[in-house]
Design a protein around this ligand. Structure first.
Ligand code: 5GP
Ligand code: ZN
Length: 131
């Protein structure tokens, strides 16, 4: 059983923020910023490619609830909402989850897109995606 399934079963303790029939939101054990929360489906799906659309929407519904709650209670100024899909993208726990990363002035979180300076052929990229 994966670590998040163990948390859902109550075999491993966690700090719960929200729970409903289909989803669970817990504090990330390693707080990238204060309030860093993980939202997971209670059923095990590996990633965004595997999770059925209705379950995905349940998760995103909970994500939005948490952002609204944290905006009020933590005086958050903004958020990054993040999903890592597969090891190459940094996924370490193979149970689909969304990171909610509250943003504060002077926090030290860096999320960078590094290749903006390169001159890509957008038409070719569009064709490659749509073929
Ligand atoms: P990933 O890298 O798969 O997108 O994110 C996994 C996240 O799970 C990491 O941010 C990591 O800190 C968090 N994590 C790992 N083990 C535990 C745990 O036992 N409890 C909680 N609450 N978070 C965990
Ligand atoms: Zn699992």
């Amino acid at each position: 059983m994966c670590i998040f399934c163990k948390i859902i079963q109550g075999e491993i303790p966690s700090y719960k923020i929200y729970e409903d029939e289909n989803t669970l939101a817990i504090l990330d054990i390693s707080q990238a910023t204060i309030g860093h929360t993980l939202v997971l489906p209670k059923k095990h799906y590996e990633n965004i490619l595997e999770i059925p659309t209705n379950e995905y929407l349940n998760v995103m519904n909970t994500v939005q609830k948490i952002t609204k709650k944290e905006k009020e209670t933590l005086l958050v100024q903004g958020f990054n909402i993040l999903n890592n899909c597969n090891e190459i993208a940094g996924q370490t726990i193979m149970h689909f989850h969304i990171h909610i990363l509250p943003r504060y002035e002077n926090d030290d979180l860096k999320i960078q897109f590094k290749n903006h300076e390169k001159d890509y052929d957008l038409k070719k990229i569009q064709e490659a995606i749509l073929k």
